[in-house]
Design a protein around this ligand. Structure first.
Ligand code: F58
Length: 806
């Protein structure tokens, strides 16, 4: 939008005075933030209204992305950037003498997600608006986002993330006219509807009110505003007498109270099932209602609506959609089923079959009695149809929805939809070969790959403004709107002046991070060191412990030879462990105690530092990632579906230390073998070990003196204050045969690290690598990923109105 600095200053001051009832000289950063947010709201509101009007008038097809997690982080800068007024606002603030950074930090991260899956959903919202597609989000309005992590005596302590704080969510708008009711529990029986059909009659059901709050999603430079709808729960007035005590009310409010923080495995929690059904039912009900306003026949709803199931959490959608179409609008089963399959599609984010949700049939039928009946019917019809097609008994049994007293949510999502996708090439292959192979046998046409992506604007223009200016200097500004122009940088990767510029800007980012480290941990680190970073959820398969083992090896190297040559390194970790994931928490404790040991050893000095930054979150990632020299992506091959931080690091000039896992493989394809450091087993090696059962970690431990010493360090008292954790780790590695093959990969990891150190010592070589990574990162823009979803899965066309950047 066109906005002059004068106009902005005028609008802003007026809002500050009228809405916040305060003036510049006394306003706190938080008051300034709210005033700024409200000023921006005035700018985009007409665009938002216009967008909805046009979509309705033109009857454009809309895709709805159903996800229990959305993790946008802070929205202020993104909204300003996408509206095209970030520079104007910064300039206006400068003129007013306001510190923009302080104001931006007054916004609390919107952390309604655990990790990659939630962040991807938020990225897709941005990219849908930016590409111009009509794609809306549907999720939950949790009062508490992902827990706040504090480190106390080296241990993770979880605190509630009261993200609404005193400000609330400045971006949202409550939409009373779209309120719907959602039913749980009770009994249901079928009765004659009088028209030859049956209709369900409910007794003793609990009826709850679903209230939508809409959060606008602005496209970059195109005036498009899409919508992220988050549902909150309320007690309908007519049922208030049923909830006489505060406890009664609280049990209801629990449905949207807190984001489920466990990313280790599915725990059969009734509340979780209620959360999932609540947002799925509310979303689908309003989608059907708004479709019907178009005056088109319900059985052809698939021509105007797609519903995407992000992981298994909203996978009740096909059954709930059937319930709505049949019970509430009287469609015949076959018409409803045809529509359902064409509307629904599903993304899988993990090959770990224990993480695919399953519910005990007893629990499911108790919480959702009518939906359960429908699921049983879908399942019976599916089995009959497969059998009629000559599919063998075993395959049918393996793919059924209801099996061994469990409802398999992934099976419902696959059978009830037309598309299943993995999130990186290797992951999709593994789904076909292994996790979902029986489905691939019966419905190969449903399977497709959509490699993940990132919102490049956040990781460059917002998180790395200095880097962005340096890129501008060498290839002009075109890459800011067309990321593929980044490839022009390939021409300069060996230009010594360009290398010097890119080195300089990385050093500045490292200094900013070094300051933050000193402020928050008291540890002084030097930017002469290699900044080696592993930030992601703490999980055994991601192998933070392998990184730790390498650090221990370096520690002994220096202790053995204190005068030897050593390229200084700072190892930086950021990771939250699921509160119930005991082993992951032990690793956090070990990292912190190892950090204490190393950082306080004068003989080690600046050669080695270890830092654990608490409360890793999107806004902290924005500080850390542009400062990295090395990106640690070291999961056991086959286990990381894709990874997305790997893409952010690449785009900001870090060199990846990688196993051949997830999207690392595609990064390697883009940059070439010389610009990434690869080590370790391949997925085939891993599967061979599974097949032959020939892995024996104790054998390696007994025979390799370096590994022996490193592993013993966990238990021999070298690292103080962590006897229990050290023994747990020792047992996992040796007694329980090292499930994630750390010992097997250790030697090759150490060699790869030594190689990387040599590369870093040759600055021209290193900068060639770093810049090649930036120059070839365009493949990983979520704008392109979302175009593929839109065209290949949802069958969307671009709405004819508005200007779109394609
Ligand atoms: C992640 N999954 C994958 N799950 O691990 C990662 O490889 C991938 O890049 C990313 O999805 C996006 O596709 C993930 O983040 C969760 O956090 C779930 C939260 C809810 C419980 C189950 C795990």
């Amino acid at each position: 939008m066109e906005l002059t600095t004068e106009q902005f200053i005028h609008d802003f001051e007026l809002t500050l005075n009228e809405q916040q009832q305060t003036i510049l000289s006394t306003a706190t950063p938080s008051e300034l933030f709210v005033a700024l947010a409200h000023t921006i709201r005035q700018y985009y509101t007409p665009l938002w209204i216009e967008r909805n009007k046009k979509l309705q008038e033109n009857k454009d097809k809309i895709a709805y992305y159903f996800s229990v997690e959305f993790l946008p982080g802070r929205m202020l800068e993104t909204n300003l950037l996408n509206l095209g007024i970030l520079d104007v606002v910064k300039e206006g603030f400068a003129q007013l003498g306001i510190d923009f950074t302080q104001v931006k930090q007054a916004e609390h991260d919107m952390a309604l997600g655990n990790g990659g899956l939630g962040r991807l959903a938020a990225a897709f919202m941005d990219s849908l608006a930016t590409t111009g597609y009509a794609g809306f989000g549907n999720g939950l309005r949790y009062k508490y986002g992902l827990f706040k992590q504090r480190i106390v005596n080296g241990y993770q302590v979880e605190l509630p993330d009261a993200w609404f704080g005193s400000i609330g969510n400045v971006w949202e708008t409550r939409k009373d006219h779209d309120i719907v009711d959602v039913r749980f529990f009770g009994n249901v029986y079928m009765t004659d509807a009088g028209n030859g059909k049956l209709k369900p009659v409910y007794s003793d059901a609990q009826v709850l009110r679903a209230v939508p709050y809409d959060v606008p999603q602005l496209g970059y430079g195109n005036g498009v505003v899409n919508n992220l709808r988050l549902w909150d729960v309320e007690i309908p007035e007519e049922y208030e007498l049923s909830y006489p005590t505060i406890e009664d009310r609280r049990r209801v409010e629990d449905i949207t109270a807190v984001l489920y923080p466990d990313d280790s495995s599915d725990e059969g929690k009734k509340l979780r099932l209620m959360q999932e059904y609540f947002m799925t039912s509310a979303g689908l009900q309003t989608i059907v209602k708004s479709y019907l306003k178009l005056g088109l026949p319900l059985e052809r709803i698939y021509e105007k609506v797609s519903v995407h199931i992000n992981d298994t959490h909203p996978a009740v959608a096909p059954a709930e959609f059937m319930r709505i179409l049949i019970d509430e609008y009287g469609l015949e089963w076959d018409d409803a089923w045809n529509a359902t399959q064409k509307v629904m599609s599903y993304t899988n984010h993990t090959i770990l079959s224990e993480a695919l949700e399953k519910w005990h049939t007893g629990l499911f039928a108790h919480v959702l009695p009518r939906v359960y009946q429908i699921i049983v019917e879908i399942d019976n019809r599916y089995a009959a149809q497969m059998s009629a097609q000559g599919v063998d008994y075993e395959t049918i049994e393996n793919t059924r929805i209801v099996r061994n007293n469990q409802v398999h949510m992934a099976h419902l999502a696959i059978i009830g939809g037309h598309s299943v996708n993995g999130v990186a090439q290797i992951h999709t292959e593994l789904l076909k070969e292994d996790t979902l192979r029986d489905f691939y046998k019966v419905s190969p046409e449903k399977f497709n790959n959509k490699t993940n992506g990132i919102v490049q604007r956040r990781w460059t223009q917002i998180a790395a403004p200095g880097l962005s200016k340096t890129i501008d200097k060498w290839i002009g500004q075109g890459w800011r709107s067309d990321i593929h122009e980044l490839r022009k940088l390939n021409e300069y990767v060996d230009n010594s002046q360009a290398q010097a510029d890119f080195w300089e800007v990385k050093q500045l980012a490292k200094q900013r991070l070094a300051d933050y480290i000193e402020q928050t941990t008291g540890v002084h680190v030097t930017t002469d060191a290699i900044f080696d970073v592993q930030v992601k959820r703490l999980h055994a398969y991601k192998r933070q412990l392998l990184n730790v083992m390498h650090i221990i090896k370096l520690y002994w190297d220096i202790k053995d030879n204190p005068e030897g040559e050593f390229t200084p390194r700072v190892f930086i970790f950021g990771a939250k462990a699921a509160p119930g994931y005991h082993f992951a928490k032990s690793i956090i404790k070990i990292i912190n105690e190892l950090a204490n040991l190393i950082n306080n050893d004068e003989q080690i000095g600046d050669k080695l530092k270890v830092v654990f930054l608490e409360n890793y979150r999107v806004s902290l990632a924005e500080l850390i990632i542009p400062a990295a020299n090395v990106s640690e992506q070291i999961s056991l091959a086959s286990k990381e579906a894709s990874g997305t931080s790997n893409m952010k690091f690449m785009m900001t000039g870090a060199v990846t230390m990688a196993t051949l896992d997830g999207a690392n493989i595609e990064i390697k394809d883009e940059v070439g073998d010389d610009n990434i450091v690869i080590f370790g087993m391949t997925k085939d090696d891993v599967y061979n070990h599974y097949a032959t059962r020939d892995y024996y970690s104790r054998g390696i431990y007994d025979n390799d003196p370096v590994i022996h010493r490193v592993v013993n360090t966990f238990v021999d008292g070298t690292i103080p204050n962590c006897q229990r954790e050290g023994s747990e780790i020792f047992d996992a590695l040796i007694t329980y045969n090292d499930e994630y093959f750390l010992l097997q990969d250790f030697t090759s990891y150490v060699e790869a690290q030594e190689h990387l150190t040599q590369l870093y010592a040759d600055r021209a070589r290193w900068m060639h690598m770093s810049m090649t990574n930036i120059a070839n990162s365009d493949k990983f823009t979520s704008d392109d990923t979302i175009r593929q979803y839109a065209q290949e899965i949802w069958n969307l066309s671009l709405p004819s109105h508005g200007k779109h950047r394609i």
